[in-house]
Design a protein around this ligand. Structure first.
Ligand code: AMP
Length: 215
């Protein structure tokens, strides 16, 4: 199963990818998480990416393509993967197809999770992440039992730098500019499945599973 999860920032791709990873025992490849890790590691690569991420802009393909290619070549991706946050535009979609034509089989399905813009803004501005274990909460929709304290490990929270209102709006504008042609790219290939992402996590997951299983 070679799954591409499409959707705006905040649409819940990461949450669904983690559930898919558990159910189908295939790795999640998150472009955003890989980039954030590079930034946290302080590598030159991370420093270069940070400049764009802070502004809510796309990191240039010259940085992102090599990173994704390196990850896809790893042994654990041979039997499948779930990729999120990539591709983000047509040139990345073409590049992904090229990479896969050499490494393994093509993308089997592209699932687009659609969420209204106002809800995306609320979700991202409410997102809080545990500094210790990385568990993701939301002050509006998934609050911790005790305010400011992680349910799992009692750690405290941080907010992603790019989850501040101004950067959120920029990220959504960047996404909207590429959205239609990216969706069309997979529609033309006949592998696009679109689902509503403004229901519960469980209800979305049922639809995502049906989509990836071709039901
Ligand atoms: P995300 O966690 O997917 O919202 O990504 C956070 C940020 O990482 C984005 O706003 C971009 O700056 C950068 N980024 C993530 N994926 C890509 C990609 N495929 N191409 C370029 N930049 C990306």
């Amino acid at each position: 199963m070679k799954i591409v999860l499409l959707g705006a920032p905040g649409s819940g791709k990461g949450t669904q990818a983690k559930k898919l990873m558990e159910k189908y025992s295939i790795p999640e490849i998150s472009a955003g998480e890989m980039l954030r890790k590079a930034v946290a590691d302080g590598s030159q690569f991370g420093k270069d990416a940070k400049v764009y991420m802070e502004k809510g802009e796309l990191v240039p393909d010259s940085i992102v393509l090599g990173m994704i290619h390196g990850r896809l070549k790893k042994e654990d991706c041979k039997k499948g993967f779930i990729i999120t946050g990539f591709p983000r535009n047509d040139s990345q979609a073409v590049a992904l197809d090229k990479m896969l034509s050499v490494i393994s089989a093509p993308v089997s399905v592209a699932v687009s999770i659609d969420v209204p813009r106002e809800e995306l803004v609320k979700r991202m501005s409410g997102r809080r992440i545990c500094k210790s274990c990385g568990e993701v909460f939301n002050i509006y929709s998934l609050p911790p039992k005790i305010d400011g304290i992680c349910d799992i490990c009692k750690g405290s929270f941080y907010q992603r730098d790019d989850d501040k209102e101004e950067t959120i709006l920029k990220r959504l504008t960047v996404y909207d500019a590429q959205k239609t042609s990216l969706i069309d790219y997979y529609k033309k290939k006949g592998i696009l499945k679109s689902i509503t992402g403004s229901v519960t996590v469980t209800a979305i997951f049922q639809k995502v599973c049906a989509a990836v299983e071709g039901k």
